[in-house]
Design a protein around this ligand. Sequence first.
Ligand code: 5GP
Length: 238
Amino acid sequence: MKQKKVLYAGKAKTVYRTDTKGKLIVEFRDDITAFDGGKKDVLKNKWSYNAEVSSFFFSYLEENGVRTHFVKMLDERHMVVHELRMIPLEVIVRNLAAGSIVRNYPFKEGTKLEPPVIVIDYKDDSRHDPMLNDDLIVALKIATPRELAKIKKVALEINRLLFKLLAAQGITLVDFKIEFGRKGKTICLGDEISMDSMRLWDKKTGESLDKDVYRFNKGDVMATYNRVAARITKTRKK
Ligand code: 5GP
Protein backbone atom coordinates (compact mmCIF):
# COMPACT_ATOMS: atom_id res chain seq x y z
CA MET A 1 0.00 0.00 0.00
CA LYS A 2 1.34 3.44 -0.95
CA GLN A 3 0.89 6.63 1.07
CA LYS A 4 -0.50 9.49 -1.04
CA LYS A 5 -1.56 13.10 -0.32
CA VAL A 6 -2.40 14.45 3.13
CA LEU A 7 -6.17 14.34 3.60
CA TYR A 8 -6.25 15.96 7.01
CA ALA A 9 -3.75 17.11 9.62
CA GLY A 10 -5.11 17.21 13.16
CA LYS A 11 -3.42 18.26 16.39
CA ALA A 12 -1.56 14.96 16.96
CA LYS A 13 -2.14 12.83 13.85
CA THR A 14 -1.95 13.21 10.08
CA VAL A 15 -4.28 11.26 7.81
CA TYR A 16 -3.14 10.32 4.30
CA ARG A 17 -4.94 9.04 1.25
CA THR A 18 -3.59 5.79 -0.18
CA ASP A 19 -3.54 4.01 -3.52
CA THR A 20 -6.24 1.67 -2.18
CA LYS A 21 -9.88 2.75 -2.40
CA GLY A 22 -11.57 3.15 0.96
CA LYS A 23 -8.35 2.88 2.98
CA LEU A 24 -6.43 5.67 4.69
CA ILE A 25 -3.18 5.81 6.64
CA VAL A 26 -3.07 7.48 10.04
CA GLU A 27 0.36 8.73 11.13
CA PHE A 28 0.90 9.34 14.84
CA ARG A 29 2.97 12.45 15.55
CA ASP A 30 4.96 13.73 18.53
CA ASP A 31 2.72 16.77 19.03
CA ILE A 32 0.78 17.13 22.24
CA THR A 33 -1.75 19.88 22.96
CA ALA A 34 -4.13 20.83 25.74
CA PHE A 35 -6.64 23.55 26.59
CA ASP A 36 -7.96 24.00 23.03
CA GLY A 37 -4.43 24.18 21.66
CA GLY A 38 -3.47 26.84 24.24
CA LYS A 39 -0.64 24.63 25.47
CA LYS A 40 1.44 22.72 22.92
CA ASP A 41 4.68 20.82 22.79
CA VAL A 42 6.56 18.21 20.81
CA LEU A 43 7.56 15.21 22.91
CA LYS A 44 10.06 12.86 21.31
CA ASN A 45 8.69 9.36 20.67
CA LYS A 46 5.21 10.18 21.93
CA TRP A 47 3.91 8.72 18.65
CA SER A 48 5.10 5.27 19.61
CA TYR A 49 3.07 5.04 22.83
CA ASN A 50 -0.14 6.36 21.26
CA ALA A 51 0.22 4.11 18.21
CA GLU A 52 0.92 1.05 20.34
CA VAL A 53 -1.94 1.61 22.79
CA SER A 54 -4.44 2.64 20.10
CA SER A 55 -3.79 -0.40 17.93
CA PHE A 56 -3.89 -2.62 21.00
CA PHE A 57 -7.29 -1.23 22.08
CA PHE A 58 -8.73 -1.34 18.55
CA SER A 59 -7.73 -5.00 18.12
CA TYR A 60 -9.16 -5.90 21.53
CA LEU A 61 -12.44 -4.11 20.79
CA GLU A 62 -12.74 -5.71 17.34
CA GLU A 63 -12.18 -9.15 18.87
CA ASN A 64 -15.02 -8.35 21.25
CA GLY A 65 -17.50 -7.39 18.54
CA VAL A 66 -17.03 -3.60 18.31
CA ARG A 67 -16.83 -2.30 14.74
CA THR A 68 -13.82 0.02 14.37
CA HIS A 69 -11.91 1.65 11.51
CA PHE A 70 -8.75 -0.31 12.39
CA VAL A 71 -7.33 -2.57 9.66
CA LYS A 72 -3.69 -3.14 10.66
CA MET A 73 -0.43 -1.43 11.50
CA LEU A 74 1.65 -0.74 8.40
CA ASP A 75 4.68 -0.22 10.64
CA GLU A 76 5.02 0.95 14.25
CA ARG A 77 3.96 4.49 13.41
CA HIS A 78 1.34 4.11 10.67
CA MET A 79 -2.12 2.62 11.03
CA VAL A 80 -4.18 1.50 8.04
CA VAL A 81 -7.86 2.33 8.57
CA HIS A 82 -11.13 2.12 6.70
CA GLU A 83 -12.17 5.54 5.44
CA LEU A 84 -15.15 6.77 7.47
CA ARG A 85 -17.43 9.74 7.05
CA MET A 86 -16.71 11.19 10.47
CA ILE A 87 -19.52 12.38 12.71
CA PRO A 88 -18.49 15.65 14.43
CA LEU A 89 -19.20 14.45 17.96
CA GLU A 90 -16.87 13.87 20.91
CA VAL A 91 -18.51 11.10 22.88
CA ILE A 92 -17.24 11.09 26.45
CA VAL A 93 -17.98 8.27 28.88
CA ARG A 94 -17.38 8.98 32.57
CA ASN A 95 -17.09 6.42 35.37
CA LEU A 96 -15.73 8.82 37.99
CA ALA A 97 -16.18 12.57 38.18
CA ALA A 98 -13.08 14.46 37.01
CA GLY A 99 -12.09 17.30 34.70
CA SER A 100 -14.76 19.50 33.16
CA ILE A 101 -17.75 17.99 34.97
CA VAL A 102 -16.12 18.82 38.30
CA ARG A 103 -15.43 22.36 37.09
CA ASN A 104 -18.93 22.84 35.66
CA TYR A 105 -21.20 20.90 38.01
CA PRO A 106 -21.31 20.24 41.76
CA PHE A 107 -19.53 16.88 41.65
CA LYS A 108 -16.69 16.11 44.03
CA GLU A 109 -13.64 14.78 42.15
CA GLY A 110 -13.54 10.99 42.25
CA THR A 111 -17.30 10.51 42.83
CA LYS A 112 -18.42 7.21 41.29
CA LEU A 113 -20.92 7.70 38.48
CA GLU A 114 -23.22 4.71 38.43
CA PRO A 115 -24.46 4.17 35.78
CA PRO A 116 -21.67 5.80 33.77
CA VAL A 117 -22.47 9.25 32.42
CA ILE A 118 -22.27 9.95 28.69
CA VAL A 119 -21.57 13.53 27.66
CA ILE A 120 -21.54 14.47 23.99
CA ASP A 121 -19.73 17.57 22.73
CA TYR A 122 -19.90 19.17 19.29
CA LYS A 123 -16.45 18.73 17.72
CA ASP A 124 -15.79 22.30 16.68
CA ASP A 125 -12.63 24.00 17.97
CA SER A 126 -13.86 27.44 16.83
CA ARG A 127 -16.82 27.06 19.22
CA HIS A 128 -14.73 25.34 21.94
CA ASP A 129 -16.55 22.00 21.56
CA PRO A 130 -19.86 22.97 23.23
CA MET A 131 -21.89 20.28 24.96
CA LEU A 132 -24.89 18.99 22.99
CA ASN A 133 -28.05 17.20 23.94
CA ASP A 134 -30.09 14.67 21.95
CA ASP A 135 -32.49 17.28 20.56
CA LEU A 136 -29.64 19.52 19.38
CA ILE A 137 -27.86 16.59 17.72
CA VAL A 138 -31.00 15.68 15.79
CA ALA A 139 -31.92 19.33 15.03
CA LEU A 140 -28.41 19.97 13.69
CA LYS A 141 -28.82 16.79 11.58
CA ILE A 142 -25.55 15.42 12.98
CA ALA A 143 -27.14 12.02 13.60
CA THR A 144 -30.59 10.46 13.51
CA PRO A 145 -32.22 9.38 16.80
CA ARG A 146 -31.54 5.77 15.82
CA GLU A 147 -27.86 6.44 15.11
CA LEU A 148 -27.55 8.34 18.37
CA ALA A 149 -29.02 5.43 20.31
CA LYS A 150 -26.52 3.11 18.58
CA ILE A 151 -23.60 5.45 19.34
CA LYS A 152 -24.51 5.53 23.05
CA LYS A 153 -24.96 1.77 23.21
CA VAL A 154 -21.59 1.12 21.58
CA ALA A 155 -19.90 3.76 23.77
CA LEU A 156 -21.15 1.98 26.90
CA GLU A 157 -20.02 -1.40 25.57
CA ILE A 158 -16.55 0.04 24.83
CA ASN A 159 -16.51 1.41 28.37
CA ARG A 160 -17.41 -1.98 29.84
CA LEU A 161 -14.67 -3.72 27.84
CA LEU A 162 -11.93 -1.16 28.51
CA PHE A 163 -12.83 -0.80 32.19
CA LYS A 164 -12.44 -4.55 32.69
CA LEU A 165 -9.18 -4.76 30.74
CA LEU A 166 -7.56 -1.85 32.58
CA ALA A 167 -8.78 -2.96 36.01
CA ALA A 168 -6.79 -6.18 35.50
CA GLN A 169 -3.65 -3.99 35.47
CA GLY A 170 -4.64 -1.97 38.54
CA ILE A 171 -5.75 1.00 36.43
CA THR A 172 -9.07 2.81 36.92
CA LEU A 173 -10.68 4.08 33.73
CA VAL A 174 -11.99 7.44 34.93
CA ASP A 175 -13.24 8.72 31.56
CA PHE A 176 -12.43 8.75 27.85
CA LYS A 177 -13.38 10.44 24.61
CA ILE A 178 -14.15 8.59 21.40
CA GLU A 179 -15.31 9.54 17.92
CA PHE A 180 -17.45 7.67 15.44
CA GLY A 181 -17.94 7.67 11.69
CA ARG A 182 -20.10 6.00 9.05
CA LYS A 183 -18.89 3.25 6.74
CA GLY A 184 -21.88 2.89 4.45
CA LYS A 185 -24.68 2.74 6.98
CA THR A 186 -22.58 1.14 9.70
CA ILE A 187 -21.45 3.22 12.67
CA CYS A 188 -17.77 2.49 13.38
CA LEU A 189 -15.37 3.67 16.05
CA GLY A 190 -12.72 5.96 14.51
CA ASP A 191 -9.91 8.31 15.59
CA GLU A 192 -7.69 6.90 18.38
CA ILE A 193 -7.92 5.66 21.95
CA SER A 194 -4.82 6.50 23.92
CA MET A 195 -3.51 8.28 27.01
CA ASP A 196 -4.21 11.55 25.13
CA SER A 197 -7.95 10.91 25.17
CA MET A 198 -8.49 9.07 28.46
CA ARG A 199 -8.19 9.71 32.16
CA LEU A 200 -6.47 6.79 33.91
CA TRP A 201 -5.72 6.61 37.62
CA ASP A 202 -3.52 4.12 39.38
CA LYS A 203 -5.93 2.12 41.54
CA LYS A 204 -3.59 2.02 44.54
CA THR A 205 -1.98 5.45 44.51
CA GLY A 206 -4.51 7.55 42.57
CA GLU A 207 -1.63 8.81 40.40
CA SER A 208 -2.59 10.21 36.96
CA LEU A 209 -1.35 8.03 34.10
CA ASP A 210 -2.57 10.14 31.16
CA LYS A 211 -2.52 13.57 29.53
CA ASP A 212 -3.41 15.25 32.85
CA VAL A 213 0.32 14.79 33.66
CA TYR A 214 0.98 17.15 30.73
CA ARG A 215 -2.01 19.45 31.29
CA PHE A 216 -1.16 20.13 34.92
CA ASN A 217 2.65 19.64 34.92
CA LYS A 218 2.37 16.65 37.24
CA GLY A 219 5.65 15.03 36.18
CA ASP A 220 7.53 13.43 33.29
CA VAL A 221 4.88 12.89 30.59
CA MET A 222 6.89 10.50 28.42
CA ALA A 223 8.02 8.41 31.39
CA THR A 224 4.35 8.09 32.40
CA TYR A 225 3.20 7.19 28.85
CA ASN A 226 6.03 4.65 28.61
CA ARG A 227 5.07 2.93 31.87
CA VAL A 228 1.33 2.96 31.28
CA ALA A 229 1.66 1.69 27.68
CA ALA A 230 3.68 -1.26 28.99
CA ARG A 231 1.07 -1.95 31.68
CA ILE A 232 -1.84 -1.74 29.24
CA THR A 233 -0.36 -3.97 26.57
CA LYS A 234 0.74 -6.48 29.22
CA THR A 235 -2.92 -7.08 30.06
CA ARG A 236 -3.08 -9.67 27.32
CA LYS A 237 0.52 -10.83 26.89
CA LYS A 238 1.00 -14.31 28.21
P1 5GP B 1 -13.02 16.78 30.05
O1 5GP B 1 -14.39 17.08 29.52
O2 5GP B 1 -13.05 16.44 31.51
O3 5GP B 1 -12.01 17.84 29.71
O4 5GP B 1 -12.52 15.47 29.27
C1 5GP B 1 -13.14 14.22 29.48
C2 5GP B 1 -12.29 13.13 28.83
O5 5GP B 1 -12.34 13.27 27.42
C3 5GP B 1 -10.80 13.18 29.20
O6 5GP B 1 -10.33 11.85 29.26
C4 5GP B 1 -10.17 13.93 28.05
O7 5GP B 1 -8.82 13.53 27.86
C5 5GP B 1 -11.06 13.54 26.88
N1 5GP B 1 -11.23 14.65 25.93
C6 5GP B 1 -12.14 15.64 25.97
N2 5GP B 1 -12.00 16.49 24.94
C7 5GP B 1 -10.97 16.02 24.22
C8 5GP B 1 -10.31 16.47 23.01
O8 5GP B 1 -10.69 17.46 22.38
N3 5GP B 1 -9.28 15.71 22.58
C9 5GP B 1 -8.85 14.59 23.23
N4 5GP B 1 -7.81 13.90 22.75
N5 5GP B 1 -9.44 14.14 24.35
C10 5GP B 1 -10.48 14.85 24.85
